[in-house]
Structure formats: C-alpha cells, structure tokens
Ligand binder design. Sequence first.
Ligand SMILES: C[S@@+](CC[C@H](N)C(=O)[O-])C[C@H]1O[C@@H](n2cnc3c(N)ncnc32)[C@H](O)[C@@H]1O
Length: 239
Amino acid sequence: MNQIDAAFVKAFLENWQQKNETIELDTIAAHPTTIALNGAEIPQTAQVNSRYGRFLYHLVKQFKPQKVLEIGMANGVSSAYIASAMATYQPESGNHTIIDPFQSTDWQGAGKHLLQRLHLDRYTQLIEHYSIHAVTQLEDAGKRFDFAFIDGNHCLDYTLADVIVADRVLNIGGLIALDDSMAYGVNIAIPYLDQHRPNLRRILLDPPAIHWLREKWFKRRRITIYQKIAEDTRGADTI
Ligand SMILES: C[S@@+](CC[C@H](N)C(=O)[O-])C[C@H]1O[C@@H](n2cnc3c(N)ncnc32)[C@H](O)[C@@H]1O
C-alpha cells in the first residue's frame, strides 16, 4: 500500500482536471437524475461531486487497498468511483463491500442499478442493513479491510459507532475516511478522534499552515482520513 499524504493531495489538486480516466463517472456524478432499479428516472441527490469522486478514485489507485468497506451508498456514485478504481487496478484481488439499509427503499435500487450498468457489480457486495449490525457481522465472519469510506448516518453517535466498528475490521496500516467532516455530528466526532484515538493517526492533507487555516478559519474540509497505526488498547476506563 502506498502513502496518502499532503504530497499526494498536492499532486491531485494540480492534475485532477487533466485526468481522463473517469469521464463517464464524472458525467454521471453531475447529472441531475439517475435510474432506479425498475428503470424509472429519479432525481439524483446526496452524491459526491466529480472532483471528490476523482479523489476517491485516485486514492484507491494510489493506496491499492485489497478490500474496501463503504458505509452509505445512496445512488451509488461514490461506490462507482471506488469500484471502478478497484476493477481497473486490482481486477483479480480487489473487493468492495457496501452497506446501506435504505438502498431498496429510499434509493429505489439506483445504486445497485448504477453498478450493474457499469459492470462493476462483480467487484462489489451490497449489504442492506444498518452499518453497526452489518460491520459487526462482517467482523464475526473474520472479514478484514484496508480502506473504510464512511458516509452513512452523520449524527455524532452514529459516526462514532461507524468508526468503532470500522476500526475493529481494519488492518493495521489501513485508512478510514470520513465524508462531510465539517458538518452535522461528524464535525464533533473529528476533534474527539484526533485527541482520544491514539491508534488512528490523522493524515494531514495540507501543509501545516494551510491545514490550520482550512480547519480553524475557513472551516472547509470535506474529507478527513485516518491511518490505523495500532490496535485500540485503551481499555474501558478512559475518555
Ligand atoms: C450522503 S448519502 C451517501 C452518498 C454516497 N456515499 C455518494 O456519495 O454517492 C448517505 C447514505 O447513508 C445511508 N445511511 C443512513 N443511515 C445508515 C446506517 N445506519 N448505516 C448505513 N448507511 C446508512 C443512507 O441511506 C444514504 O444512502
């Protein structure tokens, strides 16, 4: 697995508009509608934009996780960027597990349909269950992951619960990425994780001065990434 750091982000920001590996996905991400599993055209909401999607794609391309866990699928746009990078760069060994309890109901199967349409479904496994149950079942089944992308329920307690369960199935060296870092409860979870989760080391995506400005002054940070550097050994009697 390669390093994801400020140099990676700098190179991405300098080049992302020139990259042409994801043109079809970029068009899909920008489209106001998508297609439900029953073929109906429905509005497309909640998805990552194409710049963010390209970032996820290049993160997977660069970091080369063998097993990816994704929480929160909606219309399947982030899933498609991740699965597409897995299909291109790890066609034999890559595997992507996606969790969303509302895929068939709220999202009318649009995420499933998108992956089928793009022939990416063979690299993915969808579990339609709440993340805390689904990931715990994966842990019980002995599954391990190298990258967890968390974009499910953004309330503080659900975000922390997702981090807890994801950390328990993450290999050491693996990454946990949180979407919407400066919004909802995620905004509260991150300072807690920064201070009280020594086994998860924040990857600085900018040089220190820009990092400070972006987070403390402008409060603009969409994705936050941690690397698991050890197992969690804090025990029960701590903060
Ligand atoms: C912002 S959307 C995800 C967007 C998607 N990652 C993308 O960029 O294309 C959040 C998703 O989380 C799902 N969700 C809500 N609560 C959840 C839970 N407890 N476990 C897993 N997914 C959940 C919702 O159904 C919704 O699809």
